[in-house]
Design a protein around this ligand. Structure first.
Ligand SMILES: [Zn+2]
Length: 578
């Protein structure tokens, strides 16, 4: 009996060891990427091997009901955010496979986790940092695997698809949260509120010498204390260290004109994007973008180097990061004026050294006289090119002391709760004098974008007026860590506001009208008895010749100034308590 037990145990251990070496070691650095099931199994095995140091947790499900995992590494065996905070540790949060066709981070993170857990020189970094890794975020896209959806990508031989099961781009879904994937992410992110957040990707568009390009939370949009610290200290050290590791980086090559030589423009990642979202809550956010024309193993290595570099930097910069983060979160909780839309400052031009390839225009082989731009890898160069990295706020708002959100807008309330907004509720029906916005103008995209007809160029008129709110309506005071999230989503002019994402479209439709035959006598009475309406009407007739002969238009003009017109039409329903 004992012998049988021994043989059974040995077989189990041996089998685990074989799977372990196969699953964790075999693909690095070959041209194959983990499937969703393989990567989950790899982390399971790491958990088995180091049960006191790591845990694989489920944080929610994807749109097809498959679990989304979070792998937590913590040296004291406490795998929750409260314990990490109590011990004053920093949190590094890594997201992989949001675009499932861009998998270097999926593979690099397994090796990163394995090395940190098993090598003494890295283990000591865990005294300072707790690591959270989402192994494969876009599970649905990961299951939709093929050879070819990313044209010209230099490996791996098979990879997932960009969209999730609803064909949503999860890296546009952080604010609107149309997917269960995002619900899972937001819950995990809000639980941990990481100090450093990394989202791993591949990129394309142009060809150059670098394997790794980097999006940093746009520094003019980033909280001023974090931006200051990043400019002076964190970023120079990160770039320098990656150079030492033979992966010199360049900011994300988002170029103006036809090629990088015409200049790089910083990527403005509004809150729909991962680092735009993490910036709302005062994280240092990074998107690694390895160039898809480089061989897959090189891209994995570069991403691995970036993760290790970030971990080491967090450990050595622990107190500076904590100080900057504390200042940023205090600032978010107390500042009065928030920027909610940005534009590129084209007058403020910088330059950057760039290692590219000479570009050439060749005759297109289509034989129609077209010219085709090509990058000549035989002719590498180092040139100084323009770098547009300054943005200026185009819309700023003074925060109210609180927002009142009627409970009827349930989808918005649901998202505020997901994002840990501290809310209270009105105890009884109450008439409150508040600032209300009327939507004066807006434009709407003509074709659906990420499942929405997004609004933009929104202009508003602010009116101070008494409004009846109901028992149970929600109050969000603006003295909290979620302030920036609140302002950017609840101010209708915000680029990624809930108004822009169609959550309040109901207010844009007029519900009651009039019949001209019965309204005309009333309109004439109004003109006779109300000098304010009369003056506005006469002025409009003088200014607008079309109006001067438009019978229906004139009636509607008077109707809109009369008490018969509904004052909730185009009235944005969230109240601002001054
Ligand atoms: Zn991507």
């Amino acid at each position: 009996m004992k012998l049988i037990t021994c043989i059974f145990l040995f077989t189990l251990i041996f089998a685990a060891a074989v799977v372990n070496s196969q699953v964790i070691d075999h693909k690095y650095p070959q041209n194959r990427s983990f499937t969703v099931d393989e990567v989950t199994e790899a982390y399971r095995l790491l958990q088995k091997k180091h049960p006191k140091l790591c845990a694989l947790q489920e944080i929610g499900i994807s749109d097809i009901g498959r679990p989304i995992h979070l792998f937590v590494i913590s040296e004291d065996g406490n795998f929750n955010a409260d314990a990490a905070r109590k011990k004053g540790k920093l949190v590094l949060f890594v997201n992989n496979g949001i675009h499932a066709g861009e998998p270097p981070g999926v593979d690099a993170s397994v090796k990163f986790a394995e090395d940190v857990l098993s090598q003494q020189k890295y283990k000591k970094l865990l005294d300072d940092v707790v690591i959270c890794i989402i192994p494969f975020y876009n599970v649905d896209g990961g299951l939709n695997r093929s050879c070819c959806s990313r044209t010209n990508q230099n490996g791996p031989e098979e990879y997932g698809f960009r969209g999730n099961a609803q064909n949503r781009d999860l890296n546009r879904d952080f604010i609107k949260t149309d997917t269960r994937n995002t619900e899972a992410f937001v819950a995990a992110f809000q639980g941990w509120l990481p100090d450093v957040f990394i989202d791993t990707h591949d990129t394309n568009g142009s060809d150059f010498q670098y394997v790794m390009t980097l999006i940093t939370s746009q520094l003019d949009k980033q909280n001023r204390y974090l931006a200051d610290y990043q400019r002076k200290s964190y970023l120079p050290k990160l770039y320098e260290d990656m150079k030492k590791r033979n992966f010199e980086m360049i900011p994300y090559v988002n170029f103006r004109g036809n090629s990088p030589e015409s200049g790089i423009v910083d990527f403005m990642e509004t809150p729909r994007y991962s680092t735009g979202y993490s910036t709302l809550f005062g994280s240092l956010g990074f998107v690694t973008e390895t160039l898809k024309y480089k061989a897959f193993p090189k891209r994995v290595e570069a991403t691995y180097a970036f993760l290790l570099s970030s971990l080491e930097l967090m450990s050595s910069e622990k107190s500076a990061i904590k100080t900057a983060r504390k200042k940023a979160l205090d600032d978010i909780s107390s500042k009065q004026v928030f920027e909610i839309a940005w534009q590129l400052d084209t007058a403020n031009l910088d330059s950057i050294e760039f290692k590219g390839y000479e570009t050439e225009y060749r005759d297109s082989e289509f034989g129609i006289g077209a010219k085709q731009l090509t990058y000549n890898q035989e002719k590498p160069y180092t040139k100084t090119i323009p770098y547009y990295k300054r943005f200026i706020p185009s819309i700023t708002v003074q925060k109210p002391s609180a927002y009142i959100i009627p409970q009827s807008w349930q989808e918005v309330i649901k998202r505020l709760k997901m994002n840990n907004v501290v809310l209270s509720r009105l105890e009884r029906d109450t008439m409150i004098s508040v600032e209300m916005y009327y939507i004066e103008n807006y434009e709407t995209v003509k074709t659906p974008y990420e499942g929405h007809y997004q609004h933009y160029n929104v202009s508003v008129r602010k009116t101070y007026m008494p409004v009846k709110f109901h028992k149970g309506d929600y109050i969000a005071e603006t003295n909290q860590i979620a302030n920036r999230y609140l302002v950017e989503t609840l101010e209708p002019q915000g680029t990624d506001s809930y108004f822009a994402w169609n959550f309040f479209d109901g207010i844009l439709q007029q519900k009651e009208w009039f019949s001209p035959f019965s309204f005309e006598p009333m309109a004439l009475d109004l003109l006779k008895n109300n000098s304010f309406i009369k003056e506005a009407f006469e002025r409009k007739k003088q200014e607008d010749p079309e109006f001067a002969k438009d019978h229906w238009g004139q009636l509607y003009f008077i109707y809109k100034m009369s008490p018969y017109y509904e004052n909730t039409h185009n009235r944005y329903p969230v109240g601002r308590v001054p």
